[in-house]
Design a protein around this ligand. Sequence first.
Ligand code: KIV
Length: 272
Amino acid sequence: MSTAKKEYKRVTVKSLTEMKHSNEKISMLTAYDYTMAKIIDSAGIDVILVGDSASNVMAGHETTLPITLDQMIYHASSVVRAVDRALVVVDLPFGSYQSDPKEALRSAIRIMKESGGHSVKLEGGSEVKDSIKRILHAGIPVMGHLGLTPQSIYKFGTYTVRAKEKAEAEKLKEDALLLEKWGCFALVLEKVPASLAQEVAESLTIPVIGIGAGSGVDGQVLVSHDMFGMTHEFNPRFLRRYLNLYDDMGNAVSQYVKDVKSVDFPNDKEQY
Ligand code: KIV
């Protein structure tokens, strides 16, 4: 049997389902600006998430709650301008979809129209059923997000692993099945036991993308600033850092300061 993977010139929601069914793992990273998105897309990522984690890593807020719909649209439109291949998923921010399905649809439409993103992601299951259905009804692809849902941090009180207890695990499994039934094209599972995540992935036909959810799911997502090592205070067990840019960039800045002070920079060739 051939093991050759299909080449995708442009990744769509349909490509992700095909990847799941051909056992090709899906790669996903966040991006919030043009330059980062260009690097990540050119390197062959399948999905770029314009996450509301922009609230933390770009704006320095403690939680994802403060970021606004306008700010998400600004980040998403910068990303979309850079992307040639990846599917772009944009988070609906806290407050833009929970109170009423009509508002949820208006928010999703604004993201699609004003940023050019290809789909939206929102957190929760049965609690946000009407919002999800309304958005899907308008032809907008929706990615679900269960497990640790950072927009509900004040309800949880901590960022620890979710669904370790039976009741919460059962509710998560039910919600995952509902999201698939309603028509979501994929699901993020954040910080849940690996065995539970694998069980969910095996029970669904749509792809399950994990973060802190083990290897038995259909793909992985990380916050790019964490995987590049640009952040250094956030050290969860699930994070693999591929670079140490916090130190590398800091060292470059120290060298630049020295070079400017000593008039080593600019040299004769670096001027007109
Ligand atoms: O906002 C985000 O970056 C996310 C990922 C952690 C999945 O939702």
